[in-house]
Design a protein. Sequence first.
Length: 223
Amino acid sequence: MSPQDAAKRAAAEAALQYIEPGEVLGVGTGSTVNHFIDLIAERRLQADIPGAVSSSNASTERLHKIGVKVLDLNQTGTLSLYVDGADEANRHLQLIKGGGAALTREKIVAAASRKFVCIVDESKLVGVLGKFPLPVEVIPMARSYVGRELTRLGGRPVFREGVTTDNGNVILDVHGLDIVDPVRLENEINGLAGVVCVGLFARRPADVLIVGSPSGTHVLKAA
């Protein structure tokens, strides 16, 4: 196992303690979340989880394989816990997400959860968000218009070729941003006609950020 994979696994393992037996679990998307799902199977915790709400088709398939029933959020109501990764995180627990193109569903499940535990390896923790290109999910007919508006905001949008989201939309990855006011930028991009969702999780940041390294983890919590 590579040092980065060891760090991801350490963060995922630390998140297991937040699972509340008997409660439906929210599960995100990505390589660190894959470790979390695998660890549920390894520790045989499926019996503690009556079901899960998944943010992507890929995670749904992985949950099905370990015997966890996947539920529709409309049937479950508010979730006690959502566990997901991030492409970048700052010390205010604000995040960039969407590298796996599941940002809209991830944001919905996060909003519907009382506690959001984010699991990352140490390379994802940054001082200022924006080195990782900011994903924006866009209705296809609005791609060019939204691209021009994102350029006006100081970014360099790049169409993610060959990718269609689980919702049938496209992704623009915005390069060259130093996101010093994540809440303001999230609101501004969300206000553009044709934008479905922006991968800034600042209005609803994580409640707990578990940062993994090959030697262990450290935990940041919301003030």
